[in-house]
Design a binder for this molecule. Structure first.
Ligand code: COA
Length: 273
């Protein structure tokens, strides 16, 4: 038996945002302290401390229609392969079960190795792409759209009502909602790169045109989490300098609930779906 086997699972509070950020930063993830505050304030975050130090987390963020997103499954490099992630995800699942929620997540390849044995089944695939930008923008910011338009489109596509989440993103300094030719996307700050998504469009050409307009008005690196089956979108991005960083596998635990009417081109992020 390892010394960490008996460490209790705790419910974390907003005061743990900085400690959570240290874990996501150790994993080279893009979340900000503000992102952690969303999980700690609007969801439930379970954690394990070794002494004073937070060494593992997992979050459950409830969405509408008896759905919840599991994310921020992080174990410090010093504490891996001791079953901590399994225990924390089990605790999230137990919480979801007690509340009658279907759980969803977007898994890294390492994460998928943990979730498969727990009973998660794969649904769609995502690809994270990165664009390294020159430091000078070529064009001024593009026309903005309302958060109401984004919320309505997001609801149609995902089947979830994520008004609170999208409003919180939109209110942050540096966020903008951009729209053209029937396509709409949110751009927000991240720790190491600005994130483009969710992004909805009627066809790949409109999605690509919007990403191009965004990229030409931005000054730093950009990330997009694209739905892998949007093949023309992915091809267009890689042809214009975006590189694929890593895959994510969307997985579900429980009955299918959310029936989206359209497929997004890019999601809000693997931690939010
Ligand atoms: C993925 C991660 C959370 C796993 O945490 P962990 O506490 O080490 O996981 P567990 O000890 O509960 O692993 C349970 C099982 O999952 C599998 N597994 C876990 N990590 C694995 C890896 N890197 N490669 C292959 N299998 C792995 C193994 O079958 C393991 O059982 P075993 O150790 O008896 O062989 C951790 O490696 C991590 O924080 N990685 C970086 C962030 C990340 O990718 N998070 C997942 C987001 S979806």
């Amino acid at each position: 038996m390892d010394a960490t086997d008996g460490l209790p699972i705790l419910k974390l509070g907003v005061e743990d945002a900085i400690a959570g950020l240290a874990l996501s930063t150790e994993a080279h993830w893009n979340q900000t302290e503000e992102d952690w505050r969303i999980f700690l304030r609007d969801g439930v975050v379970f954690g394990i401390r070794d002494g004073m130090r937070l060494v593992a987390t997992a979050a459950l963020l409830p969405y509408s229609g008896n759905n919840a997103w599991i994310s921020m499954v992080l174990v410090s490099g010093t504490h891996r392969r001791r079953g901590l992630a399994t225990r924390l995800v089990d605790t999230c699942l137990e919480t979801a079960r007690r509340n009658g929620l279907t759980s969803w997540l977007d898994a890294t390849p390492d994460g998928a190795a943990v979730y498969g044995p727990l009973g998660f089944t794969p649904t769609l695939q995502l690809r994270r792409l990165k664009l390294v930008k020159p430091s000078r923008a070529e064009t001024p910011p593009t026309s903005s759209a309302t958060v109401d338009a984004l919320r309505a489109r997001d609801r149609r596509a995902t089947g979830f009502d994520r008004s609170a989440l999208l409003s919180a993103f939109a209110q942050r300094p540096g966020s903008r909602i951009v729209s053209a030719n029937g396509a709409i996307a949110l751009v927000r700050d991240g720790r190491t790169a600005r994130h483009v998504g969710p992004l909805f469009a009627n066809h790949a050409a409109a999605a690509l045109a919007l990403v191009d307009v965004i990229a030409r008005s931005e000054t730093g690196p950009l990330l997009v989490d694209a739905i892998a089956s949007q093949a023309a979108f992915l091809e267009g991005l890689t042809a214009s300098g975006w590189t694929i960083e890593r895959p994510f596998q969307r997985m579900r635990f429980g009955p299918a609930t959310a029936a989206g009417e359209e497929l997004p081109f890019a999601v809000a992020g693997p931690e939010f779906g």
